[in-house]
Design a protein around this ligand. Structure first.
Ligand code: NOJ
Length: 759
């Protein structure tokens, strides 16, 4: 009964070889192969290919259910996701290949967002390195480890621009800037897909969440986005476009409404923009249950929702089973055509073909590979090095950091000995038992040279208990406690310096982790205040998946190093920075507000008609607040170093720019301190008058430079008219003649400015 597709693959390849007299057109080969296959497929088999199902909880040794195996045997699945372990995946793949009529292999997806078992810093942290080489290396290693574990499709990168730190998923993206995200998104894609996905360790990348998911109202998941087209095109869509045009073979659409239409059913977005304007011809999948949730969104019940999604060019239905169970009826009722179903099924098969699954369905199922390719010493060393690039030094009075490894050092806080919290969200493939906590890493670092006195001090929340609820989800319970605080005060009283490892637990960011109050939880603030009251130097190491409001901390703590979540090697990486082996070099890619009321707050905003003239007073009839300053606590692009960098004056080689030419903008940067360190030099422009008001500044370039103490270097940026383009009210991508400012400096607020004219 089974027609093994390897057979068909060889047959079609052979006949092509004969008929095409050696022509090597792989797209033609693919088309012929898939056409031949689809000619043999029933409608049910086609709908099965368009169905994507979850493998269930992969954290705690999930046992494959018979139901899943049964669905495969019945040709009702084109792909599964979030199944852990090559052996389990091999068994599923074997059933698909050997126990179904056509033997079509499965897509095997997973949320490998910042590493498989070698876990790297979360994406928001990675973006603070401004290092596309590091990001690509991270993605390459993720692909190697995933491929060795049976996975052929990762749901990454997420390139949703976000300006609202209440949204827990800000942790999963590249921050607030479209230019930076347009550089980092493609780096992820290159790393995952390698040359062309044909290699054994090359997997398919999926750009998400298309589109605008980072702009959900009030920072809550699964809700509304309403945005002008010009804002979409200028500020939110560029990173998706860049990642897609760098060759991403798949895209996931988003949960949100866009202009009242769910993204997965939004024909304008999926067909006019994604397919027609940007030329994307890869696989388009929904997010988890997006089709069935169109009913609760008030848009359409499952049958109509499935029609709308198919019409909008969505090929694969994640979890809703809407395509599987309703499209036959819709076809009979002529609400969809067989051509529409064929097109979607074809794209699923094309993705499998491009991955080389028809040639070798077991390409990713080498059950011995994981032992040599996963969590290797080399991968861990690279993860450690990359992590050191992602920490952002927010404050460092009196050179409190780095700490000399001598005397007595108190380590307090709920993040100090929390290996399970160091990896952040989407780290279900990590094994905390195999890596060090910060406390363990510090014990190793300080062995024989200094005394480490540890006290937890408090839970993440007062009297927190963490339980697994009936759905297998870790649940945080709040309460109240005192005993641990007394222990921490006792530890601190014996120490020369206090390190407080505080912040959010891993569950507090990522999906379904929005917060209305983005300060440190009260019980942790109480601990920190008690530490500050000792009068000893206090270093705050902040673990977080979002910007927090740190106004009190900034005013009262000596040093603040933002760790984010540094991954499995964070313990050693933190020691590298805290004890001065490496200077911090990360720069913020998301603005830190002074208070929640300033949100949304971002550097590349429009000017107001009445800008605030003096931040120290409330100026009536100017654009400001009665009770808060306008400017953020820490701006976009900000981050300190153990050294100091002196910036010279910005110089332009000319002050008029015409088409086909460029202006050279040069600035001298000198390392004036004692540490060898990396600096991220940033270039911004401002279009002073335009047919649509333009932001006060926009990032247009940056360069990472490493300077030895005393070393000086000229950094030169080339400014071309192309860099000054924007989408006008007709959505034409144009530059307009006129006056521009060009600004260069260490962050978005400390800039040296020149003007030029574009003619
Ligand atoms: C829902 C999330 O929004 C998406 O990012 C993820 O890839 C899917 N679930 C699959 O786990």
């Amino acid at each position: 009964m089974k027609i093994l597709n390897i057979g068909l693959y060889l047959l079609v390849s052979l006949s092509l070889l004969c008929s095409c007299s050696g022509a090597d057109d792989s797209d033609n080969d693919m088309d012929s192969f898939i056409s031949a296959l689809m000619d043999e497929m029933t409608l049910e088999e086609k709908l099965g290919q368009m169905n994507l199902v979850t493998g269930g909880d992969i954290v705690t040794g999930y046992v494959m259910s018979n139901e899943l195996e049964q669905l495969i045997r019945q040709n009702q699945i084109g792909g599964v996701f979030n199944v852990k372990g090559a052996e389990k995946i091999l068994e599923l793949q074997r059933i698909a290949v050997e126990e179904t009529r056509h033997g079509i292999p499965l897509l095997v997806g997973a949320d490998i967002i910042h590493g498989y078992e070698t876990i790297f810093p979360i994406p928001l942290a990675l973006s603070c390195s401004w290092d596309s080489v590091a990001v690509e290396r991270m993605a390459r290693i993720s692909a190697i480890e995933s491929a060795a574990s049976g996975i052929n499709w990762t749901y990454s990168p997420m390139v949703d621009i976000c300006r609202d730190p209440r949204w827990g998923r800000i942790a999963e993206g590249n921050g607030e800037d479209p230019y930076l995200s347009s550089i980092l998104g493609p780096a992820y894609v290159r790393g995952y897909q390698g040359k062309d996905m044909s290699g054994k360790d090359e997997i398919m990348s999926c750009v998400k969440h298309f589109a605008l998911y980072g702009a959900v109202e009030a920072g809550r998941d699964y809700t509304t986005v309403d945005m002008s087209r010009q804002r979409m095109f200028n500020e939110y869509l560029p990173p998706y476009k860049a990642a897609i045009q760098s060759g991403a073979a798949s895209v996931m659409n988003s949960f949100n409404l866009i202009d009242g239409v769910p993204a997965a059913a939004n024909k304008w977005l999926m067909v006019d923009v994604l397919r027609d304007m940007w030329g994307f011809d890869g696989l388009l999948a929904t997010d988890y249950g997006s089709i069935s949730e169109m009913a609760t969104l008030g848009y359409a019940p499952l049958t109509q929702a499935s029609v709308k999604a198919l019409e909008a060019g969505t090929d694969m239905d994640m979890v809703s089973s809407g395509y599987l169970n309703t499209l036959r009826e819709s076809l009979e009722n002529k609400n969809v055509s067989i051509g529409m179903i064929d097109r979607a099924c074809r794209r699923v098969l094309e993705a499998k073909y491009r991955l080389g699954l028809f040639k070798d369905p077991y390409k990713y199922c080498d059950t011995t590979a994981a032992t040599t390719k996963v969590f290797t010493a080399e991968h861990r060393r690279i993860a450690r090095d990359i992590a050191t690039e992602t920490f952002v030094l927010l404050k460092n009075n009196n050179q409190t950091l780095p700490i000399s490894p001598k005397g007595r050092i108190a380590l307090v806080g709920p993040m100090a000995d929390a290996g399970n919290n160091m990896c952040g969200m989407w780290s279900m493939t990590c094994t905390p038992s195999k890596h060090q906590s910060l406390k363990e890493a510090m014990e190793e670092e300080l062995k024989d040279v200094a005394e480490l006195i540890y006290a937890k001090g408090c839970n993440v929340y007062a009297d927190e208990t963490t339980e697994i609820n009936a759905n297998g989800i870790r649940q945080i319970t709040r309460g109240n406690d005192d005993v641990m605080l007394r222990q921490a005060i006792a530890a601190a009283s014996k120490a020369d310096v206090i390190v407080a490892a505080l912040g959010e637990s891993a569950e507090m960011s990522g999906e379904s982790a929005s917060r209305a109050d983005i300060e440190l939880p009260d019980v942790q603030k109480r601990l920190l205040k008690a530490m500050v009251s000792t009068g000893k130097p206090v270093v705050l190491l902040l673990f977080t998946g979002r910007p927090l409001v740190l106004t009190w901390e900034d005013a009262n703590v000596d040093a603040i190093l933002n760790i984010w979540y540094g991954g499995s090697e964070a313990g050693a990486a933190i020691c590298d920075v805290v004890f001065g082996h490496v200077s911090p070099s990360g720069k913020l890619t998301t603005t830190f507000p002074r208070s929640m009321g300033q949100v949304p707050i971002y550097y590349n905003h429009m000017n107001t008609s009445r800008p605030d003239s003096d931040p120290n007073v409330f100026n009536r009839y100017q654009s400001n607040y009665i009770d808060e300053r306008n400017e953020p606590l820490y701006p976009f692009g900000f981050g300190l170093s153990y050294t100091t960098f002196a910036y010279g004056e910005l110089r332009l080689d000319k002050t008029t720019l015409t088409e086909g030419e460029s202006i050279k903008a040069t600035i001298n940067v000198t390392n004036t301190g004692d540490f060898k360190a990396t600096e991220i030099v940033q270039l911004y422009t401002h279009d002073i008058y335009a047919s649509l008001a333009r932001p006060v500044k926009e990032l247009k370039g940056f360069e990472r430079i490493t300077l030895n103490p005393g070393e000086s270097r000229d950094v030169t940026f080339s400014i071309t008219p192309d860099m000054l383009r924007f989408y006008n009210s007709k959505l034409e991508y144009v530059w307009e003649p006129g006056e521009f400012e060009v600004m260069v400096g260490p962050d978005s607020e400390h800039l040296s400015t020149c003007k030029f004219e574009l003619k």
